[in-house]
Structures are given as C-alpha cells and as structure tokens.
Design a protein around this ligand. Structure first.
Ligand SMILES: *Cc1c(COP(=O)(O)O)cnc(C)c1O
Length: 479
C-alpha cells in the first residue's frame, strides 16, 4: 500500500483552492445570515455514522461539511454575537492555521524554526504586559483555563519544590482570589490536588473589585490557624462584568506577605495595548505570572491561550523532567533547550504560535489596541442607550467592554427565557450572568466586527421580545 498522499495532486489542488475561496466568501458574508441557527435533528443524525471502514472521496466529504457543519456554527464570527467572551477570528488567522497545518510542526521542543516563532510571540507578550522580556518565560496553551492552572502549579512548586515528588498531603496551602474570579481558578486548585476550598474567596466592593482590607484580614486569620498562604490572584477584566481589581494594591500585599502574585487577564490583558485603558491595569507588570488569551480580544482563531512567568527558572523548575528518551543535546535536532515541554503538562504541541505571530505582525499592536478601544466605545454606547431607555436598567458599572442589564418588568426566569428566544430569532446572541444574585443580560463586546448599530439592534430586539412577553401575560412581576 502506498502512503496517504493523493495520487492526483492537481485534482486535490483544485478542490483545495475552491475550499479556500468558499471560506473567504463565507466569512465576508457571514453577517448577512442569522447569528445562530440551531442544528436540526436531521443534520445531527446525518453526522452519526459508524466508523468509516472504507474512505469516501474528498468532494463528498466537503459537500457534507458545507451542508451539515457550516450553517450551524457557533456564531462568534457574526457582529451581533456578544455572548460570553468570544473572539471573532480573522482571515489572516485562518490562513496561518492552514500554513501551520501544512508544516505539521511538533512544538514540544527540539531545534526548529517554529520554536523560535513561539519564543518571539512570548517575548512580545511579555513586552505587552511589562514582564521581563529576556528572563521571563511562558508558553502557548489551549486557553486561560490551562494558563491559570499552570500558574497555580508554578506558584505552589515555587513555595514548596518537594510537592513535585511528595504531593500536597504534608501541607495546608491556601491561595486568595476575589469572589468575582473566573471558575477556572477554583478548578485549577481542584485539579492541582489542593482542593477548591483552598482558594479563599475574598469579597468585592460595589464596583466588583476585590476588597484589599478583607484580603489582608483573611491572610492573617489563615496564618494564625496554621495554614500556608502561597498565592494571590487578581483579575484584569472579570468575566461577569469586566471589572479590574486594584492590581497595584494586590502586588503590595503579595510583596509584604511574600506570596506569588498572579493576574488572570484572560481578555483584559489586551487592554495593555490601548494607551487609554492601560493605566487601569497598572500593577500587572509586577505579577509573577499572567494568564491571558490570544483567542479573545486579540482575535486569533481558537485555540490560543498564553501563560507568562516573570522568572523562567521557576517556571521550568515546576515542570521540567529529565528522561532518557528526551535528552537535550548540545547540537543537532535534539538541541535548543529549554523545550516548551518544560513549561507545562503537554509534550506534543501544535504550532499555535504561527497564527499569533501572523496576526500581530499583520495588524500590529497599535491596531489591536484600537480594537480594544472600539469594543469599549461600543459597550459605553450600549450603556448610554440603556440609561436613556425606560424599562431597562444597567446592573453593573461598565469599566471595559461588558454591559450587564435587566428588563425591569421581567422575573429572572422570564429574562432567561427571553434570551433563549433572542438566540432563536438569530438577531443577536448575548449571554446571561448573575450580578448581586440577580439575573442579567450580558453583552460582552469582544468582536472586532461589532458596531454601535449592532448593539442597538440587540437592545431593540430585547425590548420587542419583552413587550411581546408582557402583552402575552407570561411575565411574573418582581417582588
Ligand atoms: C474566558 C476566561 C477564562 C477562561 O479562559 P478559556 O480561554 O476559556 O479557558 C478565565 N478567566 C477569565 C477572566 C475569562 O474571561
């Protein structure tokens, strides 16, 4: 049997060019379609086949892709997608994914150019947030969930290196994060074996920023109880409403208490590229580690998370192993240590760096800062519209790009149903969260394509759906 390359390269080439053209067209006109189209039962069924023993032709598979997959996408490329915190991608990023796929590089380590590209984008990332460009480290990962996990591992192994061999049973480690921290932080404590209770949740103030005095008190109480504090995590851009913790004050506490200072800047770290918003993040440059995503505000296609560590030696000390089958040589293909497998749990790793490198090289950091500014301006516009409109109320201050609001006359249940209705209309896709226990419609403006008229259309649709519900009498009044 021959290998898996085509017998007829020219037929493959023609179809490949067609695919590329079709996808450009698809992206160019995506905004003319509904934001979201639920996948019909029939299409789901058609995708279910038993393991294909005999292959079928590429044109047939491509037809299947066009019919069963393309129409039922996530919607996040559409300008009126404003749910959760999703990036929209760019055609440049798509091309980079194709080129990286062609190269099929394994970026776990060894001496090849893809490694140098990843090192380069990590230097850029450290420059962006103000961490030491040369002595710091980092790696590209799936997303901020993994990046935060790597930071927790690095912090705990810096506090006590013997954890690597002995596990956590001899210690009572505790860390600190605001109540508003993303759920991946308690989960990182959970999967690190520390237990999610070991992440102390610190109350926040009226602006959803961590209460620093309460943090100091909790550390004091924990030390008195014989616990071992090892890290403080702050958030630059909370997931529910986009608040930014007072990072400088958190850095002061970490310094005084000799604790690791971590910043989860999943989307917010990109605000470092906006001269207007960067001052809000002051203190991020004092972090021992930073987690953020290139796939959110930087618009790099999924997935592209990033962890940065101030002291590269500590980062490697938390993960590196020496194994006979992975010896680092002084020259040859097995040279070029340290390898990226020394900075996280993955050994085989794809060439994520190419799409980051091409995106930043093409648009430039300033243009990325302008995307941040534009998203925040669109969010401010929406907040103003809500303020001016009777019957809808803002539920949290708009610091960056996230707007949380409610329809006054609707109960939480009715509001939740309204958002599902809105998704099903295909007009817009915000998501929901809870602010001080109350359900909120949450519009996160992360998409470089979203304009003021898109948020206006979303708000109009919310009001129309609310009116319909109220007229139909399906609401319950709030108590
Ligand atoms: C999105 C987000 C995360 C999780 O990042 P993923 O890339 O989805 O893993 C963590 N923290 C914050 C603040 C986020 O917004």
């Amino acid at each position: 049997m021959a290998g898996l390359d085509p017998e007829n390269w020219s037929a493959l080439r023609a179809l490949g060019h067609q695919m590329l053209d079709d996808m450009f067209t698809q992206i160019e006109h995506r905004h003319q379609q509904p934001v979201w189209t639920p996948m019909p039962h029939k299409a789901r069924e058609e995708l279910r086949q038993s393991l294909p023993h005999d292959g079928c032709s590429l044109p047939e598979i491509y037809e299947c892709f066009q019919e069963l997959i393309v129409p039922y996408d996530n919607g996040n490329r559409h300008p009126r997608f404003m749910g959760w915190v999703h990036g929209a991608g760019t055609p440049i990023g798509m091309l980079a994914e194709m080129l990286a796929g062609g190269l099929n590089a394994n970026c776990g380590g060894r001496d090849h150019a893809a490694i140098e590209v990843e090192r380069e984008v990590l230097r850029w990332a450290r420059e962006m947030v103000g961490l030491p460009v040369e002595t710091g480290s980092g790696c590209l990962v799936t997303g901020s969930s993994m990046a935060n996990f790597i930071a927790v591992i690095t912090a705990s192994r810096t506090y006590q290196p013997a954890l690597r061999q002995q596990g956590v049973r001899h210690h009572a480690l505790v860390g600190y994060a605001p109540e508003s921290a993303h759920g991946c932080l308690p989960r990182a404590f959970d999967i690190a074996g520390l237990g999610s209770d070991a992440l102390r949740k610190i109350p926040t103030d009226g602006a959803h920023r961590v209460n620093v005095a309460a943090l100091r008190e909790q550390i004091k109480r924990d030390r008195a109880a014989g616990l071992e504090p090892f890290m403080i995590a702050g958030t630059a851009g909370t997931v529910d409403c986009g608040a930014v913790d007072p990072l400088d004050h958190l850095a002061d506490v970490a310094q005084e208490e000799q604790l690791w200072f971590h910043v989860d800047g999943a989307f917010g770290a990109l605000a470092c590229l906006s001269p207007h918003y960067a001052p809000l993040l002051k203190g991020i440059e004092r972090a021992d580690s930073v987690a953020f995503d290139f796939h959110k505000w930087a618009q790099v296609p999924y997935d592209a998370g990033c962890v940065l560590v101030r002291d590269g030696k500590r980062h490697a000390a938390a993960f590196a192993q020496s194994l006979d089958y992975l010896v680092r040589e002084d020259r040859g293909l097995a040279g070029n240590a340290p390898w990226f497998c020394d900075f996280g749990p993955d050994l085989s790793r794809g060439f994520r760096a190419l799409k980051v490198w091409m995106t930043l090289s093409h648009y430039g950091a300033d243009r990325m800062g302008q995307v941040v500014d534009k998203s925040c301006a669109v969010a401010r516009h929406l907040a103003q519209q809500i303020d001016r409109t009777d019957g809808v109320t803002l539920l949290a201050p708009v610091t960056l790009n996230i707007v949380c609001f409610t329809v006054d006359a609707l109960s939480d249940d009715a509001l939740s149903e309204l958002v599902k209705d809105l998704h099903e209309t295909g007009i817009a896709a915000p998501s929901t969260t809870r602010i001080n226990g109350q359900l909120a419609i949450r519009a996160a403006i992360v998409n470089h394509r979203t304009e003021t008229q898109d948020v206006d259309q979303m708000l109009d649709a919310v009001i129309a759906l609310a009116t319909k519900r109220l007229n139909a009498g399906v609401h319950e009044h709030k108590s």
